[in-house]
Write a protein that binds this ligand. Structure first.
Ligand SMILES: Nc1nc2c(ncn2[C@@H]2O[C@H](COP(=O)(O)OP(=O)(O)OP(=O)(O)O)[C@@H](O)[C@H]2O)c(=O)[nH]1
Ligand SMILES: [Mg+2]
Length: 197
């Protein structure tokens, strides 16, 4: 978190993290389109829409005295670019972990989670963490594993953690996840969802 006293701006970094193709970019795109800011989101992606390095965008909210500036990133989930992930996480204030809820993805979710754990060690438990159990629209079509993932990640050790079901393609639960993470960082704050440039 960076305090810019001169301009009265508090800068916060949030990273969407998770295994390849879990829905990180789709989640961020929805968040930015909710605030009519989709055209300001920078994505470095391949011709087939896979994130090469990260997506990055800024959402700024004006308070009565101070403004809040959220720097929002998604890390690439592709293992080919795994070496870029620590840089994307550098200085992060909170993580939204986007898991793919389908049963056959449990292993990928855990692998990605363990990577986070290896990077942060026990500091991970001090990071505000919101888990998006994404692709929950598959509930009726395919076996889903919400609980297995949540059960395996030591949630009791976290200061701030919560999980919610999301469907990024339909924007379901995306704003809720964002709100939760903000509430963890600033327990006193109720954001009026208006935005400044
Ligand atoms: N059915 C369904 N599909 C989804 C959902 N979220 C994302 N997808 C699809 O899953 C695919 C991958 O989504 P992305 O948002 O690109 O995933 P990502 O996590 O950014 O992937 P990488 O950047 O490659 O790590 C796309 O085809 C999305 O349309 C969801 O909630 N439900
Ligand atoms: Mg992506």
């Amino acid at each position: 978190m960076i305090y810019d006293y001169e301009n009265k701006i508090l800068q916060v970094k949030i990273v969407y993290y998770g295994p390849a193709m879990s829905g990180k970019t789709t989640s961020i795109k929805h968040l930015f389109s909710y605030f009519n800011k989709e055209d300001t989101l920078n994505s470095i992606d391949s011709t087939v829409g896979r994130t090469l390095l990260f997506d990055f965008g800024v959402l700024q909210f004006k308070g009565s005295e101070w403004s809040l500036k959220f720097l929002i990133y998604s890390a690439t989930g592709q293992d080919f670019y795994a070496s870029t992930r620590p840089a994307t996480l550098n200085g992060v204030d909170a993580v939204i972990f986007v898991a793919d809820s389908r049963a056959n993805c449990l292993h990928h979710n855990l692998r990605s989670w363990n990577e986070l754990k290896t990077m942060f060690k026990n500091e991970l438990y001090n990071l505000p963490m919101v888990i998006s159990l994404n692709k929950s629209d598959f509930e009726s079509k395919q076996e889903i594993k919400y609980h297995e993932f949540v059960m395996k990640i030591n949630i009791n050790q976290f200061k701030y953690i919560s999980a919610n079901k999301t469907v990024a393609t339909e924007g379901k639960g995306i704003l809720d996840a964002f709100n939760r993470v903000i509430t963890f960082i600033f327990p006193e704050l109720t954001l009026k969802m208006s935005i400044t440039n």
